[in-house]
Design a protein around this ligand. Sequence first.
Ligand code: DHB
Ligand code: MG
Length: 223
Amino acid sequence: MTLDQWTAVDQYFDALFVPSDPALEAALHASTEAGLPPANVSASQGKLLMLLAQLQGARSILELGTLGGYSTIWLARALPAGGHLISLELNPDYAAVARQNITHAGLSAVVDIRVGPALDSLQRLVAEQHPPFDMVFIDADKRSNADYVTWALKLTRLGSLIIVDNVVRDGKVIDGDSTDPSVVGTRLGNDLIAAEPRLSSVAVQTVGSKGYDGFVMAIVTGE
Ligand code: DHB
Ligand code: MG
Protein backbone atom coordinates (compact mmCIF):
# COMPACT_ATOMS: atom_id res chain seq x y z
CA MET A 1 0.00 0.00 0.00
CA THR A 2 1.25 3.47 -0.83
CA LEU A 3 0.61 7.07 0.17
CA ASP A 4 -1.21 7.53 -3.17
CA GLN A 5 -3.71 4.82 -2.27
CA TRP A 6 -4.18 6.08 1.26
CA THR A 7 -4.74 9.57 -0.12
CA ALA A 8 -7.27 8.34 -2.69
CA VAL A 9 -9.20 6.51 0.04
CA ASP A 10 -9.05 9.62 2.25
CA GLN A 11 -10.51 11.60 -0.66
CA TYR A 12 -13.27 8.99 -1.09
CA PHE A 13 -14.23 9.18 2.59
CA ASP A 14 -13.85 12.96 2.74
CA ALA A 15 -16.30 13.24 -0.17
CA LEU A 16 -18.77 11.07 1.75
CA PHE A 17 -18.40 12.29 5.31
CA VAL A 18 -16.37 15.52 5.39
CA PRO A 19 -17.98 17.90 2.91
CA SER A 20 -15.83 20.78 1.74
CA ASP A 21 -16.04 23.70 4.08
CA PRO A 22 -15.12 27.29 3.08
CA ALA A 23 -13.61 28.28 6.45
CA LEU A 24 -11.46 25.16 6.71
CA GLU A 25 -10.39 25.37 3.05
CA ALA A 26 -9.49 29.04 3.55
CA ALA A 27 -7.50 28.17 6.68
CA LEU A 28 -5.41 25.63 4.78
CA HIS A 29 -4.96 28.01 1.85
CA ALA A 30 -3.86 30.89 4.09
CA SER A 31 -1.50 28.58 6.00
CA THR A 32 0.16 27.44 2.77
CA GLU A 33 0.38 31.03 1.47
CA ALA A 34 2.05 32.10 4.70
CA GLY A 35 4.63 29.31 4.37
CA LEU A 36 3.52 27.28 7.37
CA PRO A 37 4.70 23.64 7.35
CA PRO A 38 1.94 21.22 6.22
CA ALA A 39 1.78 19.58 9.65
CA ASN A 40 -1.96 20.15 10.04
CA VAL A 41 -4.20 17.16 10.65
CA SER A 42 -6.10 15.79 7.64
CA ALA A 43 -9.77 16.64 7.11
CA SER A 44 -10.86 13.22 8.38
CA GLN A 45 -8.58 13.49 11.41
CA GLY A 46 -9.97 16.94 12.11
CA LYS A 47 -13.50 15.62 11.98
CA LEU A 48 -12.48 12.74 14.23
CA LEU A 49 -11.20 15.28 16.77
CA MET A 50 -14.51 17.14 16.56
CA LEU A 51 -16.52 13.94 17.07
CA LEU A 52 -14.32 12.90 20.01
CA ALA A 53 -14.81 16.30 21.63
CA GLN A 54 -18.57 15.94 21.10
CA LEU A 55 -18.57 12.40 22.55
CA GLN A 56 -16.64 13.78 25.49
CA GLY A 57 -19.22 16.55 25.92
CA ALA A 58 -16.26 18.90 26.11
CA ARG A 59 -17.01 22.45 27.24
CA SER A 60 -13.34 23.39 27.62
CA ILE A 61 -10.48 22.24 25.41
CA LEU A 62 -6.74 22.86 25.65
CA GLU A 63 -4.62 22.51 22.51
CA LEU A 64 -0.82 22.48 22.46
CA GLY A 65 0.49 23.55 19.04
CA THR A 66 -1.88 25.84 17.14
CA LEU A 67 0.02 26.03 13.83
CA GLY A 68 -2.50 27.66 11.43
CA GLY A 69 -5.51 26.82 13.57
CA TYR A 70 -6.92 24.06 11.36
CA SER A 71 -7.42 21.48 14.13
CA THR A 72 -8.36 24.38 16.42
CA ILE A 73 -11.35 25.17 14.18
CA TRP A 74 -12.47 21.52 14.15
CA LEU A 75 -12.19 21.25 17.94
CA ALA A 76 -13.86 24.61 18.61
CA ARG A 77 -16.83 23.62 16.47
CA ALA A 78 -17.53 20.79 18.92
CA LEU A 79 -18.05 23.20 21.79
CA PRO A 80 -21.51 24.06 23.06
CA ALA A 81 -22.54 27.68 23.67
CA GLY A 82 -20.41 29.08 26.46
CA GLY A 83 -17.56 26.66 25.75
CA HIS A 84 -13.99 27.76 25.22
CA LEU A 85 -10.71 26.58 23.75
CA ILE A 86 -7.22 27.74 24.68
CA SER A 87 -4.51 26.97 22.13
CA LEU A 88 -0.78 27.40 22.83
CA GLU A 89 1.64 28.38 20.04
CA LEU A 90 5.35 29.15 20.23
CA ASN A 91 5.64 30.96 16.91
CA PRO A 92 3.98 34.44 16.81
CA ASP A 93 3.81 34.34 12.99
CA TYR A 94 1.91 31.04 13.08
CA ALA A 95 -0.35 32.44 15.80
CA ALA A 96 -1.16 35.48 13.64
CA VAL A 97 -2.17 33.26 10.73
CA ALA A 98 -4.23 31.09 13.08
CA ARG A 99 -6.02 34.11 14.58
CA GLN A 100 -7.08 35.26 11.12
CA ASN A 101 -8.25 31.77 10.20
CA ILE A 102 -10.19 31.42 13.43
CA THR A 103 -11.79 34.84 13.02
CA HIS A 104 -12.76 33.95 9.46
CA ALA A 105 -14.37 30.77 10.83
CA GLY A 106 -16.44 32.88 13.23
CA LEU A 107 -14.77 31.41 16.30
CA SER A 108 -12.73 34.30 17.68
CA ALA A 109 -15.00 34.61 20.75
CA VAL A 110 -14.47 30.95 21.60
CA VAL A 111 -10.73 30.54 20.96
CA ASP A 112 -7.90 32.12 22.94
CA ILE A 113 -4.44 31.69 21.39
CA ARG A 114 -1.57 32.17 23.83
CA VAL A 115 1.83 32.83 22.26
CA GLY A 116 5.07 31.62 23.81
CA PRO A 117 6.72 28.41 24.96
CA ALA A 118 3.91 25.99 25.85
CA LEU A 119 5.63 25.03 29.10
CA ASP A 120 5.44 28.69 30.24
CA SER A 121 1.77 29.00 29.25
CA LEU A 122 0.95 25.70 30.98
CA GLN A 123 2.65 26.86 34.17
CA ARG A 124 0.63 30.08 33.98
CA LEU A 125 -2.65 28.20 33.48
CA VAL A 126 -1.93 26.18 36.63
CA ALA A 127 -0.87 29.33 38.52
CA GLU A 128 -4.07 31.11 37.55
CA GLN A 129 -6.02 28.02 38.68
CA HIS A 130 -7.76 27.49 35.38
CA PRO A 131 -10.60 24.98 35.91
CA PRO A 132 -9.81 21.46 34.62
CA PHE A 133 -10.09 21.06 30.86
CA ASP A 134 -12.43 18.36 29.54
CA MET A 135 -10.07 17.55 26.67
CA VAL A 136 -6.40 18.20 25.85
CA PHE A 137 -4.92 17.81 22.36
CA ILE A 138 -1.11 17.60 22.46
CA ASP A 139 0.26 18.43 19.00
CA ALA A 140 3.32 20.65 19.54
CA ASP A 141 7.06 19.84 19.40
CA LYS A 142 7.41 16.14 20.09
CA ARG A 143 10.56 16.53 22.24
CA SER A 144 8.49 17.85 25.12
CA ASN A 145 5.66 15.30 24.98
CA ALA A 146 6.43 13.84 28.44
CA ASP A 147 6.42 17.32 30.01
CA TYR A 148 3.22 18.18 28.14
CA VAL A 149 1.45 15.08 29.47
CA THR A 150 2.65 15.89 33.00
CA TRP A 151 1.17 19.39 32.73
CA ALA A 152 -2.00 18.06 31.09
CA LEU A 153 -2.53 15.88 34.17
CA LYS A 154 -2.39 19.00 36.37
CA LEU A 155 -4.97 20.70 34.16
CA THR A 156 -7.54 17.89 33.84
CA ARG A 157 -10.01 15.98 36.03
CA LEU A 158 -11.40 12.49 36.40
CA GLY A 159 -12.92 11.67 33.00
CA SER A 160 -10.93 14.17 30.93
CA LEU A 161 -9.66 13.02 27.54
CA ILE A 162 -6.02 13.51 26.50
CA ILE A 163 -4.96 12.96 22.88
CA VAL A 164 -1.35 12.98 21.66
CA ASP A 165 -0.80 13.38 17.90
CA ASN A 166 1.92 11.87 15.72
CA VAL A 167 2.98 8.96 17.90
CA VAL A 168 3.87 6.58 15.03
CA ARG A 169 5.93 8.70 12.63
CA ASP A 170 6.14 6.14 9.79
CA GLY A 171 6.82 3.42 12.34
CA LYS A 172 9.98 5.09 13.64
CA VAL A 173 8.46 5.06 17.13
CA ILE A 174 9.53 1.44 17.71
CA ASP A 175 13.23 2.30 17.31
CA GLY A 176 14.54 2.52 20.86
CA ASP A 177 18.00 3.37 19.50
CA SER A 178 16.77 6.38 17.51
CA THR A 179 18.57 9.67 18.09
CA ASP A 180 15.83 11.63 16.30
CA PRO A 181 14.64 14.06 19.00
CA SER A 182 11.02 13.71 17.88
CA VAL A 183 11.18 9.92 18.16
CA VAL A 184 12.98 10.07 21.51
CA GLY A 185 10.45 12.61 22.82
CA THR A 186 7.49 10.64 21.53
CA ARG A 187 8.78 7.47 23.19
CA LEU A 188 9.38 9.29 26.49
CA GLY A 189 5.83 10.63 26.35
CA ASN A 190 4.44 7.18 25.58
CA ASP A 191 6.45 5.61 28.44
CA LEU A 192 5.18 8.24 30.86
CA ILE A 193 1.57 7.65 29.79
CA ALA A 194 2.01 3.88 30.08
CA ALA A 195 3.45 4.17 33.60
CA GLU A 196 0.82 6.65 34.77
CA PRO A 197 -1.73 4.93 37.02
CA ARG A 198 -4.15 7.85 36.58
CA LEU A 199 -4.51 7.18 32.84
CA SER A 200 -6.20 4.44 30.84
CA SER A 201 -4.60 4.64 27.39
CA VAL A 202 -4.42 3.20 23.90
CA ALA A 203 -2.59 3.97 20.65
CA VAL A 204 -4.40 4.07 17.31
CA GLN A 205 -2.34 3.72 14.12
CA THR A 206 -3.61 5.68 11.11
CA VAL A 207 -2.94 5.88 7.37
CA GLY A 208 -4.22 8.51 4.95
CA SER A 209 -3.16 11.62 3.10
CA LYS A 210 -0.79 12.42 6.00
CA GLY A 211 0.99 9.08 5.63
CA TYR A 212 1.46 6.47 8.33
CA ASP A 213 1.05 7.91 11.81
CA GLY A 214 -1.29 7.67 14.77
CA PHE A 215 -2.32 9.06 18.08
CA VAL A 216 -2.55 8.07 21.72
CA MET A 217 -5.84 8.48 23.54
CA ALA A 218 -5.99 8.49 27.31
CA ILE A 219 -8.84 8.92 29.77
CA VAL A 220 -8.03 10.28 33.21
CA THR A 221 -9.30 7.51 35.49
CA GLY A 222 -7.74 8.61 38.78
CA GLU A 223 -6.88 11.84 40.59
C1 DHB B 1 4.88 17.19 12.20
C2 DHB B 1 4.20 17.62 13.31
C3 DHB B 1 2.86 17.36 13.45
O1 DHB B 1 2.18 17.75 14.54
C4 DHB B 1 2.17 16.67 12.46
O2 DHB B 1 0.85 16.41 12.66
C5 DHB B 1 2.84 16.23 11.34
C6 DHB B 1 4.19 16.50 11.21
C7 DHB B 1 6.32 17.48 12.07
O3 DHB B 1 6.88 18.06 13.00
O4 DHB B 1 6.88 17.11 11.08
MG1 MG C 1 0.31 16.77 14.63
